[in-house]
Design a protein around this ligand. Structure first.
Ligand code: F3S
Length: 276
């Protein structure tokens, strides 16, 4: 039996970078913290805590020390507050998110009504919003785009992890709203790359294992996509693997969601290999 890892899986560049930056700034005396959990994976947060990087929900929880901004980014007020409180700030905002923030800021300064295409409750979208001068409309669906009143100058940016197809569809509704529309496609390719690699692998194997949180939207999406090509199981950890799944299987493919740490992927890989 052959066990094959997808060519692109697990953490994206921005999350890997943020974790490296957090590790470089760890302090055993407990004075380094990320603002919000670095990723939505409790095991990773715990591991970092043991290495000397805690988590705070707000800067008000810190009297001194060093605060690390996670890959989702934050608004300008957080930088100002850190400075006024005398906290050292290390910025691990993903460069792609930074670009979306600056694009929204520039559009706003140039007098555009800014539309952010993305999920209203996503921390990255909230951070992009904070960089606009006069606020922005956050649009998640075609219906919301249709409901937007006509306006003069319309500037559009996008949540980096938003689906390209849905962005295109929402933009086609927005084109009706203004004669002066500037569209900045600030989507990052990490999600597409992960999905494409998973689908390519799923076509070649008898069974796919998709590793990641059951509450992770991008992992669930990966599992749905793989299931269109072959028998697929979505597992959170190696403990869920079942022997009978391997019956009559020659090739197993493995992929993982954006918040799945490498060591969890390796455990699944090794366990499959040991049964090969
Ligand atoms: Fe990751 Fe940055 Fe893209 S955090 S998903 S590489 S925008």
């Amino acid at each position: 039996m052959e066990v094959i890892l997808a060519e692109y899986l697990g953490f994206c560049y921005g999350v890997k970078r943020a974790i490296e930056i957090a590790r470089e700034n760890a302090s055993p005396d407990g004075t380094s913290s990320t603002l919000g959990p670095i990723i939505h994976n409790p095991q990773m947060v715990e591991r970092l805590k043991n290495e000397g990087v805690g988590t705070v929900a707000s800067l008000g929880e810190m009297e001194d020390g060093l605060v690390i901004i996670r890959s989702h980014g934050v608004g300008p007020k957080v930088y100002e507050e850190a400075e006024s409180r005398g906290l050292e700030l290390v910025d691990a905002t993903c460069p792609h998110v930074k670009k979306a923030q600056l694009s929204a800021k520039l559009l706003s300064e140039e007098g555009y009504t800014v539309v952010i295409v993305g999920e209203k409750e996503h921390p990255e979208v909230k951070s992009i919003f904070e960089w606009t001068q006069h606020g922005a409309r956050i649009i998640e669906t075609e219906e919301e785009a249709d409901a937007l009143p006509k306006c003069g100058k319309l500037g559009v940016v996008c949540q980096t992890t938003f689906s390209s197809d849905r962005f295109r569809s929402i933009v086609s509704c927005l084109l009706e709203k203004s004669r002066d529309i500037k569209i900045l496609r600030t989507i990052c390719t990490a999600t597409d790359m992960r999905q494409t690699a998973a689908l390519e692998l799923a076509e070649k194997v008898d069974m796919m294992l998709v590793v990641g949180g059951k509450n992770s939207a991008n992992t669930t999406r990966l599992a749905q996509l793989c299931a269109t090509k072959c028998r697929t199981y979505h597992i959170e950890t190696v403990a869920e693997l079942q022997d009978e799944w391997m019956n009559n299987v020659n090739k197993i493919g493995i992929t993982a969601g954006a918040s799945t740490p490498d060591w969890i992927i390796k455990e699944v890989y090794k366990q499959c290999q040991s049964r090969a």
